[in-house]
Design a protein around this ligand. Structure first.
Ligand code: AR6
Length: 172
């Protein structure tokens, strides 16, 4: 299944995959990092749909994901996944990060979206150790691709050189 997985260095808002994933927070109201970049580049239509979801179900729990339109972005949809805030590794962080990737893939498949791009969820403002996060992200994707053959392409879009080096080493 490895052939379906790619690593790139760059800005996920430029990705032309069917869906890009956002590293959101439970409020779904936007923020800094990649979340800020996606809302800035995608425009108001994304936030409007996030607010609608928030009014209906009260945001998004850590480890879960919701889907919206992609506004002005080249992707067709945005999946907003909420990764855990790193504390000390004993607060279920690994499992919650795995779930954020797993639930994003499940949601993409359910919406007939075959290509998906992920940022390195939780490794910025949320402080998750990068190498540990990369191992979890790759396992979650590999496990998922074994159980569901619908997804054709998964791209890890690394914004910082350190993550790019880590992913390139783990996924030669
Ligand atoms: N494209 C791809 N990756 C990016 C981009 C981009 N344009 N910009 C940053 N990154 P972060 P988190 C990388 O902090 O740690 C927000 O305020 C960045 O280098 O965006 O999950 C949310 O609202 C890092 O590797 O997300 C939440 O409150 C990765 O994206 C909180 O931050 C994730 O960093 C979520 O924190």
């Amino acid at each position: 299944m490895e052939h379906k997985i790619k690593v790139e260095l760059g800005d996920i808002t430029k990705c032309e995959t069917d869906v890009i994933v956002n590293a959101a927070n439970t409020s779904l109201m936007g923020g800094g990092g990649v979340d800020g970049a996606i809302h800035r580049a995608g425009g108001k239509a994304i936030l409007d749909e996030c607010m609608h979801i928030r009014n209906k179900q009260g945001g998004c729990k850590t480890g879960e994901a919701v889907i919206t339109n992609a506004g002005d972005l080249p992707a067709d949809y945005v999946i907003h996944a909420v990764g855990p805030v790193w504390q000390d590794g004993s607060k279920n962080e690994d499992k919650l990060l795995y779930s954020a990737y797993h639930n994003s893939l499940k949601l993409a498949s359910k919406n007939n979206l075959k290509s998906i791009a992920f940022p390195n969820i939780s490794t910025g403002i949320y402080g998750f150790p990068k190498e540990r996060a990369a191992e979890i992200a790759i396992h979650a994707v590999q496990d998922y691709l074994v159980e569901d053959e619908f997804i054709q392409n998964v791209t890890f879009v690394c914004f910082d050189e350190e993550n790019y080096r880590i992913y390139s080493k783990l996924l030669p």
